[in-house]
Design a protein around this ligand. Structure first.
Ligand SMILES: [Fe+2]
Ligand SMILES: [Fe+2]
Length: 399
């Protein structure tokens, strides 16, 4: 049997730079979560494990699950074919069965923010995610899990709560949930709700995976999931409660993207997670039915369908405010006139755009400008490396 079929237990988000440490702790780390983007995005691969030597060793040593990043399932737009093809190829090639992505939107008209924005908690967005989910499911040939994300601000005047939005997605699709417990904690603090009531509203039997990550409180009082620190003390009791309520959870992944050393600090979190998980769940992986796949008859997503026009123009306008300096000025000078550029005519959606927290939108603008600059530097550096590699292969006088 393929060891990646249904990994069980407590795992670590795999980072190539702690490969040796992870292998050395194989007896306590039950599985690894592979970030697919680390291997399908060419610049990222160049910086990690170009010939996938370490990856292959990791896949041979541990049961693994896969986690994607760039889907942007909430965006009313065309699906990213390059992403879908590359992800599908990666999962097939490595025999990975369990896949998850984020319930968010961050990419509009080809511009990727690389930071999550909350999908408006509205019924129309539930319907959009449903159609997109089934299109992706068809392409990947498997159901997959959706992760709750942290968000800086919700779309104003949403008619559903975040928990009801997640519940509706579960009712409309056969997705499972990747419950990021740190994200629940942060969102509950930042947006003022009770995390236990949040669990009360969720279909906890649909939780198949969990995430735990470190974070901290910023000077302005907001909580952030930095992925660069130990899991915060306040998160552990919530994790305990979540595991207790999730009869079908198969695995939990500790996410630490940086400050992975001393590795003893990572292992401290792993051990604590094990203690809690195995106090509620069997130590031997319970059997689950063999994975099957059958088509579900749901119409393909049509981003130009009038049903989605309000949501689509809201997303395009918000992205315009963040990423387009001249639109930012036009919007500030005369919002009703400026939004016509993105076809925003619905008064309710217009009000949502106007009432987005200006200070928080501005933070995204600054981050966007910064990342644009950084991306250019990475692309330039990649090109230089590629030329150098070619010159090396050709040898002196190779031309
Ligand atoms: Fe994630
Ligand atoms: Fe996460």
């Amino acid at each position: 049997m393929n060891q990646h079929e249904h990994p069980y237990g407590i795992g670590l988000a795999y980072r190539f730079n702690v490969h040796a440490e992870a292998v050395a702790h194989r007896s306590e780390i039950d599985l690894l979560e592979i970030s697919t983007e680390d291997y399908i995005v060419r610049e990222r691969r160049t910086y990690s494990d170009p010939n996938e030597r370490l990856l292959k060793d990791a896949l041979g040593t541990f049961p693994c699950v896969a986690h994607g990043l760039s889907l942007s399932i909430g965006t009313v737009g065309e699906l990213n074919e390059t992403y879908l093809n590359a992800t599908n190829r990666f999962l097939e090639e490595h025999g990975l069965n369990v896949f998850s992505e984020h319930l968010a939107f961050h990419s509009v008209d080809g511009n990727d923010l690389t930071m999550f924005l909350a999908i408006p908690f509205e019924e129309v967005a539930v319907q959009w995610v449903k159609e997109n989910y089934y299109a992706v499911r068809r392409r990947l040939g498997r159901p997959f899990a959706l992760e709750n994300v942290t968000y800086s601000f919700p779309a104003p005047h949403s008619s559903l709560s975040e928990a009801d939005f997640l519940r509706r997605i579960c009712e409309e699709t056969d997705c499972t949930l990747l419950l990021d417990v740190t994200n629940v904690f942060n969102n509950s603090r930042n947006h003022g709700y009770d995390p236990i009531e949040f669990f009360d509203k969720l279909p906890m039997d649909r939780v198949s995976q969990m995430h735990l990550a470190g974070g901290h409180q910023l000077p302005d009082g907001r909580w952030e999931d930095s992925h660069s620190a130990p899991v915060m003390e306040e998160v552990w009791p919530l994790f305990d409660e979540a595991v207790k309520r999730s009869a079908n959870v198969r695995n939990v992944i500790l996410e630490r993207d940086s400050k992975l050393r001393p590795f003893a600090s990572v292992m401290q979190d792993i051990r604590k997670a094990r203690e809690i998980f195995y106090s509620h769940r069997p130590t031997v992986a319970p059997d689950v039915p063999a994975p099957g796949y059958s088509e579900v008859d749901v119409a393909g997503p049509d981003p130009l369908h009038p049903e989605f026009s309000g949501l689509r123009s809201f997303q395009r306008t918000l992205m315009g405010r963040i990423s387009d300096p001249s639109f930012r000025e036009e919007f500030l000078a005369n919002a009703p006139e400026a939004v016509k550029k993105f076809g925003l005519t619905d008064p309710a959606w217009f009000q949502r755009i106007v009432d987005c927290d200006g200070r928080l939108v501005h933070e995204f603008e600054e981050a966007w400008d910064y990342f644009q600059k950084e991306d250019r530097e990475v692309a330039d550096d990649y090109e230089k490396r590629e030329w150098a590699a070619w010159a090396d292969q050709l040898g002196p006088g190779g031309w």
